[in-house]
Design a protein around this ligand. Sequence first.
Ligand code: ADP
Length: 481
Amino acid sequence: MNRFAFLRSFRLRVFLILLILGVAVAEIMRVSMLADLVDRRVEQRSAELSAQIRILSDHMLAADYLRDNSSEALNAQLSQLSLVYDGRIQLVDRGFRIIADSYGQNLGKYMIREDVIRAFSGVTVKTGEREDGYIELACPVSQRDEESGELVTEAVILARASTETILRNEAELRYRALLIEIVLLIFLAGVCALIAYTSVRPFERVTRAMADVVDFEQDLPVVSDYKETREIVEAFHKLRSRLKLLDESRQEFVSNVSHELKTPIASIKVLADSLNTQTDVPVEMYRDFMQDISAEVDRENEIITDLLDLVRMDQGTASMHVENQDVNELLEQIIKRLGPLARKSEVDLILESRRPVSADMDVIKMSQALTNIIENGIKYNKRPGWVRIILDADHQAVSITISDSGNGIPEAELEHIFERFYRVDKSHSREIGGTGLGLSLSRRTLLLHRGSIDVKSTLGEGTSFTVKFPQVYISEGGEKR
Ligand code: ADP
């Protein structure tokens, strides 16, 4: 057994596909949500900070803090803001000197930096990224000049806020999201396993029911969970009826064969017993009875030969030996072989050949099939009578019509004459001879050649068989020879 045979399990595949899909969806959701979340938080923090600074700068201007920074309230506001944002706030005047610092350290020192210089032109400059652990804003403290009415930047507030808490939150969030995802995936695996298990169950029920069937009468329970299982059950029932028919015809065939084989033996037994029980049997009677016994043995032999042919035919095209054969020549040979029987039965054999025809065929089988039909024409004929054989062909198929001047076959019997052992006139069949297998053999041969055999008959006037088969042999796989 293949080591990876378990991978062929439909159930396992359903489970794996669902699980992989589930994991992919959960993972995409987790990653996209977290990436956005941190960016948005940092953005929000800098917006908040900038709003707070604007308020602070308004207060500073109102309290003239730039000239006198001794206001307790503003100093407290300054240090409170730096505390809230876990950062530092410095105030730089137009001379780039630090005039206030929430740390109270660099007072009087110069702060000449690009962002500060740009802020003096009236714009808020943001520096620092979340990866650095902080963001820094340089915000202008501006007021309108009373004379010119223009905005004049009096100072710049340099505010730094830590993003560490956000990052720490992010790490914690990531951890929590991962935990939730793992729990979710365990739950998902359970759901997937349940779906995989239940979705395959109806198919298992069908398989088990099929395995439990012991005879042709047993119906399968209709597993109607799915359209597919219902169809499987229906297909099984159809197959079963075909097998049943086949089995019945096999049984019938066996009983027919036994019957046919027993008849000559029963006759031989009667003949032999009557000779044995009598005393002083004259030699003529012995000879007479022995001739009858010999005829019965011939008949038994004939039946067995036909049966063996039939079995060989049932092997299908595997037993075919196809070659190209002149059909005119073949028919002439058959007529020559049947000449003595025809003469004895006072039947004229007429061959009408419309054109020279050659075709692919298994010569022995085809010759036997045609012989059967022509011989029937002779056997089931009047005295005197005739059998006319017409050979014709179009560009594809050979057509041979065999008509006779016999008594014909009743309409109701026509459809049965190709069945095994079927004989129309059972009372006369013994003296005429034959096994009832000839026409079924002929039809089988023509089917093997992808041809057909048709019969028309008028009671009292005669019967006409038409045999057709393609000139080029097409094998079972559809290939031309
Ligand atoms: P058999 O060995 O009896 O000839 P076949 O299968 O060849 O068996 O024929 C089946 C039956 O069909 C024959 O028993 C006969 O009754 C009938 N039949 C066949 N061919 C003809 C025919 N040309 N004319 C009348 N009856 C025929």
